[in-house]
Design a protein around this ligand. Structure first.
Ligand SMILES: [Fe+2]
Ligand SMILES: [Fe+2]
Length: 184
């Protein structure tokens, strides 16, 4: 089943491939959406085999403990500080604050899910016992993630596109990929 397939998209740049930071972040959103859909459906996979359940849980741990933090860091320590070098209205500052809070809420939900995913990965025969909490918290993650990604794609990314040249956005992607962006 395709839902359990491992995606290869990590929003990382391969050598010679030039993407600007917004393209990198949008690819990250595709991966997050795919992983979030799996997290939300994990409580309804009663017909899946134990190895498939274990593999799905393993993918989710990878996605939300490695992929999501890297994505959030690119936004919170790359894109947002760059936006603060420009003139921002109070409304925009408030919006950036809301998105930052959503990052924290997403991280808290993931912290609740990781022990469940780890238990499923290591002991998939416990699925019947884990399915309820996996479904409930997975749906909460999905609701917040959908709201968050949509807010970013409708406001944050167009704002950045309007404020910076394609060359500057490309440069930021390179800086972040090579860890040259100073801590904010
Ligand atoms: Fe975000
Ligand atoms: Fe994002």
């Amino acid at each position: 089943m395709t839902l359990l397939a491992h995606s290869t998209s990590t929003a990382e740049q391969s050598p010679g491939e030039k993407k600007d930071i917004l393209q990198v972040l949008l690819e990250g959103h595709e991966e997050l959406q795919s992983c979030t859909a799996l997290a939300a459906q994990l409580g309804q996979l009663q017909d899946a085999s134990p190895p498939a359940l274990s593999s799905a849980a393993s993918r989710l741990i990878h996605c939300f403990k490695l992929g999501m933090p890297a994505h959030i860091e690119n936004e919170d320590r790359g894109l947002v500080p760059l936006l603060f070098t420009t003139s921002l209205s109070q409304d925009l500052i408030q919006l950036l604050w809301v998105m930052g809070r959503q990052h924290e809420e997403l991280e808290r939900l993931v912290d609740r899910l990781v022990p469940l995913w780890t238990a499923l990965r290591d002991t998939p025969e416990r699925y019947a016992e884990l399915a309820g909490p996996l479904a409930r918290t997975g749906r909460q993650l999905q609701a917040l993630m959908e709201e968050h990604l949509s807010l970013e794609e409708q406001t944050l990314y167009p704002l950045a596109r309007s404020r910076f040249s394609p060359a500057r956005l490309m440069e930021l992607a390179q800086e972040l990929a090579h860890g040259r962006r100073p801590p904010s």
